[in-house]
Ligand binder design. Structure first.
Ligand code: SAM
Ligand code: SF4
Length: 450
């Protein structure tokens, strides 16, 4: 089957499965009582992960799909930091003891928008309320266009072990169209300064499917940044959702690559990174073979959470900040998305949750099947069904849903074993939808698969 037919059939609007059920299934809640109960019930022996959301940027990249806004001056950031610090204390109080922390991730937006003093103050609060393991992974998303030496020193002093740099593309023609001018030299200088400060684990975010971007651009960017030898790279397909992100209307739709071009860009970018020595992980990540993510993938320990692919095994992820999502053994929680609502809740002494989603046995079963498929590109249903207490034939109807991709050579089904082929990996998310029990009600509201 040629590429045009393939994308016609399988490049659908499907979830990214950073949770299951997905965020579209979360429901509005009033009050924070049940979240307090969940936090109070976190098992004493559990190692927890923390996520801090910083929803500010200096200027808006027109493709951006993140929960962020432009801060013209320091005032909104300062009042946000004050609320974040209060939220950390509230959550710690609800847990009722010093929980052990294995991971910290600062995302956004642009966490490196924070002043060194604000970053250090929040970090000190974390150390005051939690037991941070000495070998904890501590990661920060950074914008290489604005990364001061003072902030880099602060990150190093705070024990940050990994920095993820937004690169996207090195094509100047594309950069102009996305309102993000960022020469290669700026990226290389940020890498050099971070390494000099002792932060050696670096990730780059790259994108394909941007306006006027060509396959040659994607390959040239991949090759140039691979020469800087980051430990991981992500290659994200541009998700064009202007109905959700109005600033994306500034991107000219007639300049966007079509579905076949997007597939070509993904395949060529992936090949360039693999040729440069990176191991392909899931549908959008690449890692050096000695990196923790590659090792986890090789050993079947890879997971998916709200940060995408991760080697973090913790069943408890606590989110701080507006829009932050948390994952607990009982289900998911999301803070109020709007900064004023979130802030008002915090300053009134409430956990500022707006949505939640409890998980039932069927969700846990399907979540594990989808996660294994997205992480390992294969899944054996039998042991998972047995472990979750379901009959062996419980998901057979889902297997029948794979008849078309099997006939098209994207999937091999052997009994209750499912394996995605090399031709199938770009459509991994579409294939995983066979096991999604909620999709029909949500289809069309996601970004496309490739
Ligand atoms: C929070 S940002 C990274 C840090 C920092 N704000 C920066 O841009 O340099 C996370 C990443 O999400 C990706 N991203 C943002 N909007 C996207 C979209 N609409 N579709 C696909 N990926 C997107 C970009 O690769 C971006 O680097
Ligand atoms: S991509 Fe990063 S810097 Fe650009 S607007 Fe989004 S969060 Fe901000």
């Amino acid at each position: 089957m040629d590429r045009r037919d393939l994308v016609g059939r399988y490049d659908r609007r499907v979830p990214r499965y950073t949770s299951y059920p997905t965020a579209l299934q979360f429901r509005a809640v009033s009050g924070d009582g049940w979240y307090r109960d969940w936090l109070g019930g976190v098992p004493g022996a559990a190692e927890v992960s923390l996520y801090l959301h910083i929803p500010f940027c200096r200027v808006m990249c027109w493709y951006c799909g993140c929960h962020t806004r432009v801060a013209k001056d320091e005032r909104p950031v300062q009042s946000y930091v004050a609320a974040l610090r209060r939220e950390i204390a509230l959550v710690a109080e609800a847990i009722g003891r010093r929980a052990v922390v294995r991971r910290i991730h600062w995302g956004g937006g642009t966490p490196t928008m924070l002043s060194p003093g604000a970053f250090a103050a929040i970090n000190d609060d974390l150390a005051q309320h939690f037991d941070l393991l000495p070998d904890a992974e501590h990661a920060v998303e950074a914008d290489p266009r604005a990364l001061s030496d003072e902030l880099i020193e602060t990150l190093a002093a705070a024990g940050v072990t990994r920095v993820s740099l937004g690169v996207q593309t090195l094509s100047e023609a594309v950069q102009r169209r996305i309102n993000r001018i960022q020469p290669f030299e700026q990226v290389a200088a940020a890498v050099e300064r971070l390494r000099r400060a002792g932060i050696g684990n670096l990730n780059f975010d790259l994108m394909y499917g941007l306006p006027a971007q060509t396959t040659a651009d994607v390959v040239a960017t991949a090759e140039a940044v691979a020469a800087l030898s980051p430990s991981r790279l992500a290659l994200f397909g541009y998700a064009h959702v202007p109905w959700m992100k109005p600033h994306q209307q500034r991107i000219r739709e007639d300049e966007l690559p079509d579905a076949v071009e997007r597939l070509d860009q993904l395949l060529a970018g992936a090949e360039a990174l693999q040729t440069a020595g990176y191991v392909r992980i899931g549908f959008d990540h690449f890692a050096r073979p000695d990196d923790g993510l590659a090792r986890a993938a090789a050993e079947g320990r890879l997971h998916r959470n709200f940060q995408g692919y991760t080697d973090d095994p913790s069943p408890v992820l606590i989110g701080f900040g507006a829009s932050a999502i948390g994952q607990m053994p009982g289900g998911y929680v999301q803070n109020a998305v709007g900064i004023p609502d979130w802030q008002e809740g915090v300053f009134a002494g409430r956990l500022p949750v707006a949505k939640m989603r409890g998980v039932v046995a069927e969700d846990l079963l399907r979540r594990e099947v989808i996660e294994r498929l997205l992480c390992d590109l294969q899944v054996d249903l039998a042991p998972i069904l047995a472990e979750h207490g379901f009959a062996p034939a419980h998901l057979d109807e889902c297997l029948q849903g794979l008849d078309a991709p099997v006939a098209d050579g994207l999937v091999v089904v052997d009994g209750r074993r499912v394996r995605v082929t090399e031709a199938g990996w770009p459509f991994l998310r579409t294939i995983a939808t066979a096991f999604d029990g909620y999709l029909s009600s949500a289809e069309g509201r996601h970004a496309r698969a490739v």
